[in-house]
Design a protein around this ligand. Structure first.
Ligand code: ADP
Length: 324
C-alpha cells in the first residue's frame, strides 16, 4: 500500500507538488494523469525514493523514504520496478543480459538468473528474441524487455512513466493487455503516469488528475468519467466538444450501461411525452464497465422534468451552454 499525506515538494523556490494526499491499495492499477509539467513524474520519483520531498509523508508498505541511509533505500527499491517511455535498455547487451542485469548487480547465482530470465521472457512473450540486441527489436518488443527487467527482482509495485507514449495504437493495446495480465496473475500493483486517457480507461481501477502540482480529482475511473469534473474537462479539452443545437436545450447524460439504463431514453419519451433529437452519443468500454454518453436536444420547457427524473435515478447530467 502507498500512503501519501500532505506531501510537498519544491525545486528551489518553485513548489512542484502541493499538499498531495493519496492512498493506493495493493494490487490496484492507479493512474496519474495531467498535462505536461503537472508534476506526475516528480510524484512517481518520490514514490520510488529517487526524489526527496520537503514535508508530509510518503509510505510504501509502511516504509517512509525519509530518514534512511542510501543502503536502506537501495534495498527498498528492490520492491519497486520501473518502466519508461524510452525503454532505457543497454544497447550493447542482448535481451538476456538486459533482463539479467538487476539480478547480476544484486549478486544472484547464475542458475537462479537463468531460470528467472527464461520465465520472464515467456511471460512477456519474447522467447524468440533472447539473444538479440535492442536495435533489432520493435518498440513494443523493447518495452516487453524493459517490463521483464523491471520484474526480475520480484517487485511488489511497478511504476510506469508514460510507458506507451512512444508506441503506435495497436502496440499500445498489446502492452496494456500485458500489464493487465501481470497485475491479475502476479498481483503486482501499478502506478501509471500518462497523458493518454485511453490508457486510464483500459487498465486503471482508479485515477487522480493533477493540475499544477495539485490533485484536483480522484476516484474510480468510472466515477471520475461520470462526474465530468472541471479538471477532467480541462484535460480532455476540445476533443469533447458536443454538437449543440441552437434551438431548445441540450442535455448531456452520462450513465453506466446496464439493463435498466439501456431503456432510459425510451422511458423519458413515455413518461414525459417529449420529442428530442440525439446530437451526440457514444458507448465506451472501460476496464470494469461500459459507460454511455448521450446529448439530447429538447424543448426548453421539458428540461426540468427530465433533469429531475435523472437526478432521482442518480444519473449524471448536465445542461450544455448553447452560447459556447
Ligand atoms: P510531468 O511529469 O507532469 O510532465 P514533471 O514532474 O516532469 O511533470 O515536472 C513538473 C515541474 O517540475 C515542471 O515544471 C518541471 O519543469 C519541473 N521540474 C522537474 N524536474 C525538475 C528538476 N530536476 N529541477 C527543477 N525543476 C524540475
Amino acid at each position: 500500500m502507498i500512503e501519501i499525506t500532505n506531501l510537498q515538494k519544491s525545486y528551489g523556490k518553485t513548489t512542484i507538488l502541493k499538499d498531495i494526499n493519496l492512498t493506493i491499495n495493493d494490487n490496484e492499477i492507479y493512474g496519474l494523469v495531467g498535462r505536461s509539467g503537472a508534476g506526475k513524474s516528480t510524484l512517481l520519483r518520490c514514490i520510488n525514493g529517487l526524489e526527496k520531498y520537503d514535508s508530509g509523508s510518503l509510505k510504501v508498505n509502511g516504509f517512509d523514504i525519509k530518514g534512511h541511509t542510501n543502503r536502506e533505500l537501495r534495498e527498498f527499491r528492490k520492491n519497486i520496478g520501473m518502466i519508461f517511455q524510452n525503454f532505457s535498455l543497454m544497447e550493447r547487451k542482448n535481451v538476456y543480459e538486459n533482463i539479467a542485469l538487476p539480478m547480476k548487480c544484486w549478486g544472484y547465482k547464475k542458475k537462479q538468473i537463468d531460470k528467472k530470465v527464461k520465465e520472464l521472457v515467456k511471460l512477456v512473450d519474447i522467447e524468440d528474441k533472447l539473444y538479440q540486441k535492442p536495435r533489432s527489436l520493435s518498440g513494443g518488443q523493447k518495452q516487453r524487455v524493459a517490463i521483464a527487467r523491471a520484474l526480475s527482482l520480484d517487485p511488489k509495485i511497478l511504476l510506469c512513466d508514460e510507458a506507451t507514449s512512444a508506441l503506435d495504437p495497436k502496440t499500445t493495446k498489446s502492452i496494456l493487455l500485458l500489464l493487465k495480465k501481470i497485475n491479475e496473475t502476479l498481483g503486482i500493483g501499478m502506478v501509471v503516469v500518462t497523458h493518454q486517457m485511453f490508457v486510464v480507461k483500459k487498465i486503471c481501477h482508479k485515477v487522480s488528475i493533477l493540475e499544477n502540482g495539485k490533485i484536483c480529482t480522484s476516484g474510480t475511473v468510472s466515477d471520475v468519467f461520470l462526474n465530468q469534473s472541471k479538471a477532467l474537462k480541462n484535460l480532455l479539452g476540445e476533443d469533447e466538444e458536443e454538437l449543440i443545437n441552437a434551438d431548445g436545450k441540450s442535455i448531456k447524460i452520462l450513465y453506466v450501461q446496464n439493463s435498466e439504463n439501456n431503456k432510459l431514453l425510451s422511458d423519458i419519451v413515455k413518461k414525459f411525452d417529449v420529442d428530442f433529437s440525439i446530437t451526440a452519443a457514444k458507448l465506451e468500454k472501460y476496464r470494469d464497465a461500459v459507460l454511455g454518453s448521450v446529448v439530447i436536444n429538447v424543448n426548453e420547457e421539458k428540461v426540468a422534468d427530465i433533469t429531475n427524473y435523472l437526478t432521482k435515478l442518480k444519473i449524471n447530467w448536465e445542461v450544455l451552454n448553447n452560447e459556447q
